[in-house]
Design a protein around this ligand. Structure first.
Ligand code: OXD
Ligand code: MN
Length: 587
């Protein structure tokens, strides 16, 4: 198979001349092809079959021990002007970026097969979807892309019709961390990634295309490409609200997207549209509609069990790829928090020894098709997407941030999003548990200057008349003994219920300097073992702490210089003034 599109054919030819593969394989995306690549990898040991009785069609891949997470410090946005990439990105000029990458790619596929993967991010028939082609020398990438995107013949047809596609070039190289870079050329709609075979570094449709390149395009075209899950909540009366939630990596997006209602709310239904990325477009009526550009989940495995996420636990028991988990004596996958079985081999394939640390890598992952999920919504395939009632930001905060609050306006909500901060997790290379600002949970993924990004968010007012309400949640508040104050997981539906009832103007709240907070009685806590004192802590703020928070946010926003939108700084001043008044009244 080749293509009728000269631009694509010429690009493939020129990459082949440069990288010198032994073979070129155009991927059709068929099930037979998936099986063929699985067999190939079983043959060369890059995949092993897991227990076929208990985990049918499940496979384990062990990555290089130095290649286990996204590498933000090696990720670059190559805009013409450095300022356009912003201090939130590493920058190098397009010419230098290409030169550095081209030197790495020179002859790198000798002895290997080059796979050409046409893919579509979003439903094939949707005007909101965008296509790309990834060229890679990794069959592991091909089988993951098959689960994560609409890949193959149908995507190629669309690309040939449209003539526009993102060019993603990837090679695992020699996996030397010293020779590893991920570079984005947004003006050329192209990506070059070398030296890693892991997740977002290698599956170029995900973070590189659907967030970094797409956010850049979205700004030019008046829409938003965001690091958000999309979930539908159906009340017992049958009303469905869709909400989009932006939390940093490994902060529970997958769990929230497929939440199981607690017993007390058993007559509610939860529908999963997506667990990681949302593309939000204004529609003709002035509402924001969301599609999930992905068609699968690449989720963090540790902690998944029937209590935390039964839907995920069940969906990864068949037709799943595991990366860097441990295995049991019976060759089942095993991870910390599984609450069943025990490890025999660790994620590196060594006999398990506690002294070597966790059995499964903390950033070990599953890859599954979204249709494996019991709560999958068919609307994930709807070309027009779903209307969004609320946008929810959140982070992992031990202190300061209450359980939930509502922004007072869109502009204030943009400030709330820009102020998102969270403790770092194992999803990225670096220290874990340090608080860092992660505006809109897009710190690693915004493909241009954050200041321009906030301006763009504020400008959505011009593009959509009926914008959703904006909220902020924090499931991770702790007491002085380090215990979580809120039970989380399925119980989070109680908070989401308040959110949608606020959207319907049915729930009460108290206006404070930072936004509207529920009174404890506004949240349904029936059946929860939670004291009134704890509820009071979760639903109130410490004005002095918030004043510090706002001062530090103001400094952060101003660190982006003249480009920081005045309207955003104005919002920060309004909150700061209101906090000052609150403190004065209290003294
Ligand atoms: C992810 C991430 O893999 O955000 O989704 O790191
Ligand atoms: Mn993510």
């Amino acid at each position: 198979m080749t293509t009728t599109l000269p631009e694509l054919q010429n690009w493939v030819n020129s990459v082949a001349r440069h990288t010198c593969p032994d073979n070129i394989r155009w991927c059709s995306g068929s099930d037979d092809e998936y099986q063929e690549f699985v067999e190939l990898m079983l043959g060369d040991g890059t995949l092993t079959k897991l227990n076929d009785k208990t985990y049918p069609n499940c496979y384990l891949h062990r990555s290089d021990p130095d290649d286990v997470a996204r590498v933000e410090h090696l990720t670059f946005v190559c805009t013409k002007n450095e300022e356009d990439a912003g201090q939130n990105n590493n920058w190098i000029s397009p010419a230098d970026g290409h030169a550095r990458m081209d030197a790495l790619f020179d002859g790198c596929m000798r002895g290997r097969t080059m796979y050409v993967i046409p893919y579509c991010m979003g439903p094939i028939g949707s005007r909101f979807s965008r296509c790309g082609v990834e060229i890679t020398d990794s069959p592991y990438v091909v089988i993951n892309m098959k689960l994560m995107t609409r890949m193959g013949d149908q995507a190629l047809k669309r690309i040939e019709k449209e003539g526009i596609f993102v060019k993603g070039l990837h090679s695992t190289g020699d996996l030397d961390p010293e020779r590893r870079f991920i570079m984005h050329f947004p003006d050329e709609l192209s990506i070059k990634s070398f030296g890693s075979g892991y997740g977002g570094n290698a599956l170029l449709g995900k973070k590189c295309h659907a967030l970094r390149i797409a956010s850049y395009q979205a700004r030019q075209e008046g829409w938003l490409a965001e690091h958000m899950l999309i979930v539908g909540l159906e009340s017992p009366e049958g009303a469905v609200h869709y909400i989009a939630c932006a939390f940093p990596s490994a902060c529970g997006k997958t769990n929230l997207a497929m939440l199981i209602p607690p017993d007390e709310l058993h007559d509610w239904k939860v529908w999963t549209l997506g667990d990681d990325i949302a593309w939000l477009h204004p529609d003709d009526t002035g509402k924001l509609r969301a599609i999930n550009p992905e068609s699968g989940y690449f989720g963090v495995v540790p902690g998944t069990n029937p209590k935390t996420n039964k839907n995920a636990y069940d969906m990864i028991m068949h037709d799943a790829i595991f990366t860097n988990v441990a295995t049991t004596e019976d060759n089942e996958p095993w991870w910390e928090g599984k609450q069943d079985g025990k490890p025999a081999k660790d994620w590196q394939g060594r006999d398990y020894d506690k002294a070597n640390g966790p059995a499964a890598h903390p950033n070990s992952r599953f890859t599954v098709a979204a249709t494996n999920n019991r709560s999958y919504s068919n609307l994930a395939d709807a070309p027009e997407g779903v209307p969004i009632s609320a946008i929810v930001f959140g982070g992992r905060r031990k202190h300061v941030a209450p359980l939930v609050f509502e922004a007072k306006s869109w502009e204030h909500g943009v400030l709330v999003g820009a102020g998102t901060a969270s403790e770092t997790t194992a999803a990225m290379v670096g220290e874990v548990g340090v608080i860092r600002r992660d505006p809109m949970a897009m710190k690693p993924f915004c493909g241009y200057n954050f200041a321009d990004y906030w301006t763009h968010w504020l400008s959505m007012r011009r593009h959509a008349k009926h914008l959703p309400k904006i909220f902020h949640v924090n499931w991770f508040r702790q007491n002085d003994d380090g215990e979580f104050l809120w039970p989380g997981f399925g119980e989070n539906l109680r908070v989401l219920r308040w959110i949608i009832e606020r959207c319907e103007h049915r729930a009460d709240a108290e206006e404070t300097a930072i936004g509207f907070l529920p009174h404890p009685a506004d949240l349904d806590t029936v059946g929860l073992d939670i004291s009134p004192e704890t509820m009071a802590t979760l639903t109130s703020i410490d004005s002095a702490q918030w004043r510090d928070e706002m001062i530090s946010l103001g400094k952060y926003l101003k660190s982006y210089g003249d480009r920081t939108p005045r309207a955003l700084l104005r919002q920060q001043e309004i909150v700061l003034d209101a906090l000052g008044e609150e403190l004065e009244k209290a003294s």
